[in-house]
Ligand binder design. Structure first.
Ligand code: PEP
Length: 252
């Protein structure tokens, strides 16, 4: 088993350039080394290049984009392609976030195309899945995430699965202050690993990192990360507070 521990911060549509650089510097100077935990920041598109250029070569932080286009190039005003991201040395792209599903009506078909573009550009991907409150209450959460995975991952070639990280983000826990209990997170992460094993193989399922996301903070990170199938976290709100985010990284 060769699973990477990862803590990623999704800054969403927050910070200006100076704030973004300050936050990155704080995290760089106050978090454990990248050989222990892979650290990834997802700043707004506009700041990726400046942040990349300002990174120290020691304690390297990986940088990702919060989205990419499903198209390669051309007349798609306002879109940013995976190739463009690669050309500014971006490492990762976030695909399938619940806010993209909910506010921008993005579908599994689009996520598949975006993943295809990202893989062609040699970017790594964090692909997010998760059920909403209604689905959890009606006990359909396992079926929902299985469908979300199957619809997208069945289009990913087996030899590219090592470019993917999964994030389980129950929508009812995102930005609400309500976190999944370690028991509940572990149950779902194990289930996701089984689904991956069915789509690909047991070996690939054991080697893919699965992150938990949803109101993760410095108080609850350790008990979540201690779960055997939780390989780290995708952090929203708490990643905007330098000392909070560093405590989360350092809680492994
Ligand atoms: C997210 O949006 O990916 C997220 C996990 O947000 P938060 O940590 O704020 O719940």
């Amino acid at each position: 088993m060769n699973r990477k521990k990862i803590v990623a911060g999704n800054w969403k549509m927050n910070t200006n350039l100076n704030e973004a650089l300050e936050l990155m510097n704080f995290i760089q100077n106050n978090s454990v080394s990248s050989s222990q935990v892979e650290k990834i920041l997802f700043p707004p598109f506009a700041f990726i290049k400046s942040i990349k250029d300002a990174l120290s070569i020691i304690n390297k932080i990986k940088i990702g984009a919060q989205n990419c286009s499903e198209y390669n190039f051309g007349a798609y005003t306002g879109e940013i392609s995976a190739n463009m991201l690669k050309s500014i040395s971006c490492d990762y792209v976030l695909i399938g976030h619940s806010e993209r599903r909910r506010y921008f009506n993005e579908t599994s078909k689009q996520f598949s195309l975006k993943i295809e573009q990202a893989l062609k550009a040699d970017l790594k991907i964090i692909f997010c899945v998760g059920e909403n409150l209604e689905q959890r209450k009606s006990n359909s959460h396992f079926n929902i995430v299985k469908t979300q995975l199957n619809e997208v991952l069945s289009h990913v070639p087996k030899d590219k699965i090592n470019k993917l990280v999964l994030a389980y983000e129950p929508v009812w826990a995102i930005g609400t202050g309500e976190t999944a209990s370690p028991l509940l997170a572990q149950e779902m992460h194990l289930y996701l690993r089984n689904v991956i094993s069915q789509i690909f193989s047991e070996d690939l399922a054991q080697n893919i990192s699965i992150l938990y996301g949803g109101s993760c903070n410095s108080q609850n990170a350790k008990e979540l990360f201690d779960c055997p199938d939780v390989d780290g976290g995708l952090i929203g709100g708490a990643s905007l507070i330098g000392h909070e985010f560093c405590k989360i990284i350092n809680s492994f």
